[in-house]
Design a protein around this ligand. Structure first.
Ligand code: FAD
Length: 438
C-alpha cells in the first residue's frame, strides 16, 4: 500500500494521505484518526498511531534508494528513465534538507587532479553528462570560469598545481602557466604572481542540480518517502529496507547513498568512513559584484584553501580544503566558528586583497564522508549483490555526481558499467590519503 505523508513537526497531528482502498479499510482501527472533510484520502492523525498502521504494511519496489543527496537523486534520475521500473527514494529528512552534504549554493568542477589521470578522465566524462543534462532540461548548471591554481607557500599545493599542469598538458586539455604579467592583465582581483589555469573548470550550482535531479525523478514516477529513517537492510531473495517510522520496503535491489551517515548501513568488511566537519564562508563584495562573478572571477585554489565566484549566491565562497574534525553526523555543530571567518579573511588578505575586509554574507557547516585513501566507494555489497553502495565521496564527489548516479543505476539493474569502477571497490583496504578535496 502506498501512503504519502506530510509531516507537521515531530509530534501532534500529521496529515497522511493515500488513494488506496486498504488505507480506508484500516482507518476504523484507529479511533483517534479524523478524516479531513472534502479531501478524499486524507486523514489527520497522531503520528504514533500511523506508525502502527505503517508497520502492518510493506511497500514493494524494483529499486529502493536510501539517501536523497546528490548521489541518490542522480541515481533516481537515471533509473526514472526506465518507466517500467518502480523506484523509491527515501531520506531521513525532507527532500532538499540542509543537513546533507549536497545542498549548498555551489561546488567546484575541475579537470585538475594533479598526476591522477583517472580522476581527470572521470571529470571529462562527467562534464559531458552535465552538459547533456543542461541541454535536456534547458537549465544552466555549470558556470564556466576556469580554475586558477595560485602558487603560494604550501609545497604540497604547489606540487599539485605543477603536476596538474603536466597532466592536463599531456592530455591536451588546455592548461596554461600564467606569469605576473598575465595575472595582472587577466585576473587583477588576485595578488599572486604565478598560477596554473585549468580552462575547463567552473562552478556547479549545487542546490539547483540537486533540486533538478530529484524533481525530474519525481515527475517521472519515482516515489519519494521523506522523513523516513532507514534502520537496517536485510537481503535474501529480495532486499528488505527497514525503517524506524514508516513502512518497510521490499525491493529487488537497493542503492545506499547515505553520505556521512553511511557507517551504520554498511557491512563490517566494507570500507569505513569518518565524517568530518567543514566550514565555509561567503564574503559579500558589496560593490563591483560583476568582478566576482564567473567567468570574470575564476574558481581558485590558494595553498590549503579554495574559493568560488559569486555563482548561485551573491557572495564569494572561501573555505579550507579539509580540516580533520571527526563528528557524529547527526549531532555536528552546525554554526561556523568566528575563528574560521578570521582565517578565511587572512587568506583573502594574501590572495584576494579587496575581499579581506568585506562583510560575511552567509556561512555554512557541511560534512565530508572521508575514506582513508579519499577514493570513493562505489560497488556491490561483496556478500549481497543486490545491495549497491555509493559513499565515501571524501569532499570531492559532487563534480562527478551525474556520472556516479548513472553507475549506481547501472549496478542496481545489473547492467555493465559504462566507466571502470574497480578502484572504488567496497572491500578494498584503503591505505593513505592521496587526493585533495573540493
Ligand atoms: C563543505 C563542502 C564542500 C565541498 N566542495 C566540493 C566541491 O567543491 N566539489 C566537489 O566535487 N565536491 C565537493 N564536496 C563533496 C560533495 O558535496 C559530496 O561528495 C556530495 O555532496 C555527497 O553527496 P551524497 O549524496 O553522497 O551525500 P549527502 O548529500 O550527505 O546525502 C546523503 C543523504 O542520505 C540521507 N540519509 C543518511 N542516512 C539515512 C538513513 N539511515 N535513512 C534515510 N536517509 C538517510 C541523509 O539525510 C542525506 O540527505 C564538498 C562537500 C562539503 C561538505
Amino acid at each position: 500500500m502506498t501512503i504519502t505523508r506530510e509531516w507537521r513537526g515531530d509530534s501532534g497531528p500529521t496529515i497522511f494521505s493515500s488513494t488506496e482502498p486498504l488505507f480506508f479499510l484500516l482507518l476504523p482501527r484507529l479511533s483517534d484518526c479524523v478524516a479531513l472533510p472534502g479531501v478524499l484520502g486524507h486523514v489527520k492523525c497522531d503520528k504514533r498511531l500511523m506508525h502502527a498502521l505503517f508497520r502492518s504494511t510493506m511497500i514493494e519496489a524494483d529499486v529502493c534508494i536510501v539517501g536523497a543527496g546528490i548521489m541518490g537523486s542522480a541515481a533516481a534520475y537515471w533509473l526514472s528513465k526506465n518507466p517500467s521500473l518502480k523506484t523509491i527514494l527515501i531520506d531521513q529528512y525532507s527532500l532538499l534538507n540542509s543537513y546533507c552534504s549536497s545542498n549548498d549554493a555551489n561546488r567546484v568542477f575541475r579537470y585538475s587532479y594533479g598526476a591522477n589521470v583517472f580522476y581527470t578522465k572521470m571529470a571529462v566524462e562527467s562534464r559531458r553528462l552535465w552538459v547533456s543534462l543542461e541541454k535536456e532540461t534547458g537549465e544552466s548548471l555549470l558556470a564556466p570560469s576556469g580554475l586558477l591554481m595560485l602558487m603560494g607557500e604550501d609545497e604540497n599545493s604547489n606540487n599539485f598545481n605543477k603536476s596538474s599542469y603536466r597532466t592536463l598538458t599531456q592530455s591536451k586539455l588546455g592548461a596554461e602557466w600564467l606569469e605576473a604579467r598575465d595575472m595582472k592583465r587577466r585576473f587583477p582581483q588576485f595578488a599572486s604572481t604565478e598560477a596554473v589555469f585549468d580552462p575547463n573548470a567552473g562552478t556547479l550550482l549545487a542546490s539547483k542540480c540537486l533540486s533538478l535531479l530529484s524533481s525530474r525523478a519525481r515527475e517521472s514516477g519515482v516515489q519519494i518517502l521523506d522523513n523516513t529513517h532507514v534502520t537496517s537492510i536485510a537481503s535474501d531473495s529480495s532486499v528488505i529496507i527497514q525503517t524506524k517510522n514508516a513502512s518497510d520496503v521490499k525491493c529487488g535491489a537497493a542503492v545506499i547513498a547515505a553520505g556521512p551517515w553511511s557507517n551504520p548501513l554498511r557491512r563490517e568488511n566494507m570500507v569505513e568512513i569518518t565524517s568530518t566537519r567543514q566550514q565555509v564562508v561567503y564574503f559579500n563584495p558589496e560593490t563591483r559584484i560583476s568582478n566576482y562573478r564567473s567567468p570574470k572571477f575564476p574558481v581558485f585554489f590558494a595553498d590549503q584553501y579554495y574559493g568560488l565566484p559569486a555563482a548561485g549566491i551573491e557572495g564569494v565562497k572561501v573555505s579550507h580544503k579539509g580540516v580533520w574534525t571527526p563528528v557524529d553526523p547527526s549531532e555536528a555543530e552546525r554554526t561556523v566558528d568566528p575563528a574560521t571567518v578570521e582565517e578565511c579573511r587572512k587568506v583573502c588578505q594574501r590572495f584576494v586583497p579587496e575581499l579581506a575586509d568585506k562583510p560575511v554574507l552567509s556561512t555554512k557547516v557541511c560534512l565530508y564522508d572521508m575514506t582513508k585513501d579519499s577514493d570513493f566507494v562505489i560497488g556491490r555489497d561483496p556478500k549481497h549483490a543486490s545491495i549497491v553502495y555509493g559513499y565515501g565521496f571524501s569532499g570531492h564527489g559532487f563534480k562527478f555526481a551525474i556520472l556516479i548516479g548513472k553507475l549506481l543505476a547501472e549496478l542496481a539493474v545489473g547492467e555493465q558499467n559504462s566507466f571502470d569502477i574497480a578502484r572504488f571497490s567496497p572491500s578494498r583496504i584503503p591505505v593513505s590519503p592521496v587526493l585533495p578535496v573540493a
